[in-house]
Design a protein around this ligand. Structure first.
Ligand SMILES: Cc1cc2nc3c(=O)[nH]c(=O)nc-3n(C[C@H](O)[C@H](O)[C@H](O)COP(=O)(O)O)c2cc1C
Length: 177
């Protein structure tokens, strides 16, 4: 394809196009949980990224009006729960303003009292280290203080082009040396 042909396929930089193009990036699905018993909140998030091994840092992006932000600030941390394929209903339940109630979902508490979804594939419990401006979102950086992968043999839940999906076959190629 010539450079001219490929440039004719570019889209205007506006929110709908950005959302549509970014939807081509397949991700896992997490639910971020936070708060003490009686004041717990959760939201479905796919902007999770691991950042550093030493020190152990991760981040996710949260829209500015999220009800989670003050609860994370007050409790000083959050838990990243990686969802299993069987947890699709939970992913949608925590994806709206009128979201499900953490107390009604199977969970236990981290050493710091934060909710961990008991049926998640794996979890990272984090201390909030820093918040950075990210336009209409805030980038929250956390230091991992507790972690586990109790259901690691289950398949993960995948989000791609606006739909929840499951993994198909593993590719057989070995990583390049
Ligand atoms: C698959 C998926 C991924 C999402 N990822 C994010 C995200 O990374 N950051 C975010 O702020 N909201 C994300 N959302 C939307 C939040 O789940 C939703 O705004 C939130 O639960 C609503 O409550 P809140 O507005 O009080 O935060 C995502 C929703 C879905 C379905």
């Amino acid at each position: 394809m010539s450079p001219q042909q490929s440039s004719s396929q570019t889209l205007p930089i506006e929110a709908t196009a950005l959302r549509r193009v970014c939807a081509h990036f397949a991700t896992g699905v997490t639910v971020i949980t936070t708060g003490e018993p009686g004041n717990s909140e959760a939201a479905t998030v796919n902007s999770f990224t691991s950042v550093s091994l030493d020190p152990p840092l991760v981040l996710f992006c949260l829209h500015r009006q999220s009800r989670l932000r003050p609860v994370i600030q007050e409790s000083g941390g959050f838990v990243v729960n990686f969802l299993a394929r069987s947890q699709e209903p939970l992913a949608w339940a925590f994806a709206g303003r009128e979201s499900a109630v953490v107390e009604n979902v199977a969970h236990h508490r981290s050493e710091h009292g934060l909710p961990i979804l008991s049926e998640a594939l794996a979890f990272l419990s984090c201390r909030l280290i820093e918040e950075y401006d990210g336009g209409d979102h805030t980038i929250l950086l956390g230091e991992v203080v507790e972690l586990g992968a109790p259901s690691q043999d289950e398949d993960p839940l995948i989000f791609y082009r606006g739909a929840m999906r499951v993994l198909e076959d593993e590719l057989s190629g070995a990583p390049a040396a």
